[in-house]
Design a protein around this ligand. Sequence first.
Ligand SMILES: Nc1ncnc2c1ncn2[C@@H]1O[C@H](COP(=O)(O)OP(=O)(O)OP(=O)(O)O)[C@@H](O)[C@H]1O
Ligand SMILES: [Mg+2]
Length: 391
Amino acid sequence: MKIALISPSKVHLSEMSQVLQGPTPSALHGAAHELLQIEGGRSRLAEVVETHQPDLVVVDGMGRDPDELEPVEQVTAAHPQLAVLMLCAQQSPEFLLRAMRAGVREVLGSPPTPASLLMAVERVDRRRSGAAARPRGRVLGFASCKGGSGATFIAANLAYQLAAEKSVLLIDLNLQFGDALGMLSEQPAALSLADVAREIDRLDAAFLGACTTRIHERLSVLAAAEDVTDGLEVRPEHLEAIVKLARRHYDFVLLDLERHLDPLSIRAMDLADQLFVVMQAGLPWLRNARRLQKLLAGLSYPADKVHWLVNRVERGDDIGLDDIAQALGVEQVRSVANDWREVSACINQGTALIEQARSSAVVRNLAELARSLGPQTGEPPSLLSRLFRRA
Ligand SMILES: Nc1ncnc2c1ncn2[C@@H]1O[C@H](COP(=O)(O)OP(=O)(O)OP(=O)(O)O)[C@@H](O)[C@H]1O
Ligand SMILES: [Mg+2]
């Protein structure tokens, strides 16, 4: 771990460095710490974090006034991955509580005993490796066979329904005329996929989070750029870096793919664990579906990766689901009902369907789809991590 030690006392700095450079349990795991000693008070916290991007900061010299914690809270909110240990000579229960709320991991005495410092650092280290071992989030791609099949509507509303329990990021890959965010909210996009791509060297969880538009606590959208030309800057390698990072931080990452097949959409399909191809029960869709099927066969995806999803299904459709499955040579296709009135109304209002028409068959079908995605992929967030994510 990269650890920054901030203290007004040279003596404290050198004592703590000696303790942490010794053979700690982490060092035995082969993970020796990189230490930075910074002489100064708590006012240097923000600057040190910005400049050195440490994993852990130990801040010495805190008083006991809870108001001193406000700048600390700003730093932890801007850097959710950062761990902060605070050292203060006197600690009241009120101060400790405020410190936890400000995102401080632990408060130790000043100077800390070697054992308490070592153990606290070890706890942070263990949490971090635990976070690295966290199960990877699932990436789902949504492609449409033909314009207007309903891929965006389904991706956005499935994202919304999944986010009742899971953390979800929806990424809009329709670079020029993306409308995924508008299906869930009327708020303008914070920043866009193009903004992340433009500053890809800055990519980390905090930057990605800052570029997304938050629908609610567990659901964010990385929207398409408002300016049609901005989308041209997004390259496949940008998308790959974003998705790799996102799957470490969200239970589900949903990709609303652009309709045209190009290097970016193919990379998106590669990155998806499961790919849902959205079509309707009609010959033009079926024709396109077979063309797409040939292309997908060429990409050598495993058989269970691609799922055919027939949208706007009605009883008495000329072409039934079994006909489609047979024509595509697959065991079964999935389906979503047609509900023109409710779906149009919610799209026009920029709200998820489940909020407007909970009893719609479409909501039920999406709930079944969500359930079919299998066992939970991530642990529920702990109280402490929720506190850290609060801002
Ligand atoms: N299950 C449904 N029932 C009724 N109408 C639907 C349903 N799904 C989608 N629609 C309608 O189809 C329209 C097109 O949907 P959507 O924009 O999601 O398609 P798309 O495949 O993403 O299209 P594009 O190729 O333009 O990106 C929506 O505006 C909505 O009115
Ligand atoms: Mg679309």
